[in-house]
Design a protein around this ligand. Sequence first.
Ligand code: NDP
Length: 444
Amino acid sequence: MSYTDEVYERVVAQNPGEPEFHQAVREVLDSLKVVIDRNEEEYRSLSILERLVEPERIISFRVPWVDDNGNIQVNKGYRVQFNSAIGPYKGGLRFHPTVNQGILKFLGFEQIFKNSLTGLPIGGGKGGSNFDPKGKSDREVMAFCQSFMTELCKYIGADQDVPAGDIGVGGREIGFLYGQYKRIKGLYEGVLTGKGLTWGGSLIRTQATGYGVVYILDEIAKAHNDTLEGKTVIVTGSGNVAIYAVEKVTQLGAKVVAMCDSNGYVYDPDGIKLDIVKDIKEVKRGRIKEYADRVEGAVYTEGKGIWTIPCDIYLPCATQNELDLDGAKTLVANGCKYVAEGANMPTTLEGTAYLQENGVCFMPGKAANAGGVATSALEMTQNSMRLSWSAEEVDAKLHDIMVNIFKKVDDAAKRYDMPDNYVVGANIAGFEKVVEAMKAQGIV
Ligand code: NDP
């Protein structure tokens, strides 16, 4: 049995009930096979893969808080500190009822390679809770965040582990978390990113993930002598990543015709009016259904199936495994040419394989959505320097980073004779830097 298969089997046996983690490891190990095969003995002798798939540390804790009715609620809290070979742990916090240790391990594992691809000195981590901020009052969210941070603050720090936002954790939650960290530790330091602009945040951080997806998409199109101008686009989700992907791709001349949330999707043949989506989602915290009530000609459909609308470009920006094999088949049948993942692992392994086999240019999330964490690292830099860069400066740096990620991914795919296979390219390019650091640092 090959070394990569052996390690995969070990992961499945030793991490039962964590299918998303198995899936993420499978994808990476399959891609790395060509690299490992060239030097299997050395990798085996150093147990590189066994160490790579085992988190350095997982912190799991109780989060008690009091709701508006005076009842005590208890949630689970986690931080997975996966790999610090190239820098302090960096990765978001997710607050969603589906959060469990396996989901956070998949996200933390992906984060190692993503962070490496950015070229910045950040290791991989992820955290969160099964707390659901939806429908909670601001006071309840604050109570939860304060309790969560009271425990988490023992394990993080500006040079140790720097969390950020993710699903369910936006500016409001980062504010409450930061306030509590400062209160307990007495330190005004860059321990979290995604902060408000008046207290250490970076311009463009809010937009960074979505903009970054489109910057790399633009590079893919250029590499295929194509342009985004005039293309029809579907963006799934209607949260942070989705909204700013829509903003940038529209600025570059494409037309977004559909978006969704977890209840259903809206189709607007005239092009999505983003100011209305922002008002529904960012201001009123409402449902995407309301778009169809407010815009003439727009149609709302309850449930899944946004991929049945024909498009040239599909940008999944909602959640893991939202696009399966059937969805991939429908996209191909309708002539879709490009898929760039704004979300983490939104496409199943079967869906990804089908898209690639049928000529769709497919950019995986660890490369396509790396603009968010890259800009978080730029926020860390500004905090350390006690400086704030202008929006233009940050945006230009973000653009450069995404162009460089595309080059690294494209180059690695070509070096291993798999041109246009950006999944393999992203995994190999991300791995190369991490593994060099792991080798240099000895058996730790
Ligand atoms: P948000 O919470 O802001 O938005 C998530 C969106 O996805 C919401 O519109 C949500 O709808 C929708 N959604 C969730 N589950 C489903 C589902 N099963 N079907 C359809 N829609 C669904 O999160 P973000 O935009 O921050 O994150 C989205 C993805 O991008 C995640 O995978 C995240 O890990 C990834 N990511 C985020 C980064 C960031 O900077 N924010 C950086 C890199 C990756 P509803 O409101 O109904 O739940």
